[in-house]
Design a protein around this ligand. Sequence first.
Ligand code: DX5
Ligand code: ZN
Length: 217
Amino acid sequence: MLKIAPSILSADFVNLQSECADAVAGGADWLHLDVMDGIFVSNITIGIPVVKSLRRVTDAFLDVHLMIDRPQRYVSEFCRAGADLVTFHVEAAQPQDIMDALKTVLEQGKKVGLSVKPKTPASVLLPYLDLVDLVLVMTVEPGFGGQKFMADQLPKIRQIRAMLDELNPDCDIEVDGGIDPQTAPLVKEAGANVLVAGSAVFGKSDRAAAITALRNA
Ligand code: DX5
Ligand code: ZN
């Protein structure tokens, strides 16, 4: 099932509660929260207190995307803060720590996702694919909103879809970066079913129209 997950990175942070309410009223399926630590990526954004605060004011499904080094240090806290799905990067820790972090999230009764940067091959995900609820394929280099979609990631989406059809057919494929009504049909056709969009939703004044445009693209 297709889901639209607006990224609050492009929202007005002063009015985060009403921005989120606007997106949900406009048909958003999930809210996507980008956590950056200035180490795994060069930018710094939000963290645990913001997830906690949003949890108090919305029932929406909170999709937390950790772009942080050694995520195993923090996944429990993000679960406790109210995340519904915690996704982190396969490049951000050693394989054993990735495995432990995945299990920690699942033990807390939350959904877990694993993400790959554009230069990371799909094969790196293989040892984890039977465990995860979602694979997040970055379609820009993580760190900033408003970048240009990388069409060279489309074959990787197709490859991951084929791997999942074998190993874990219910697993979602999410895409993040440069998704708009022009690029949405390409990623859907390749097998993605969760579309993150920052600028293409919060950068528009009519969020309902923006979400509908992505859904119907
Ligand atoms: C980028 C973030 C994205 C970002 C997407 O590192 O992970 O979620 O907000 O922004 P757009 O949709 O503007 O490319
Ligand atoms: Zn993201």
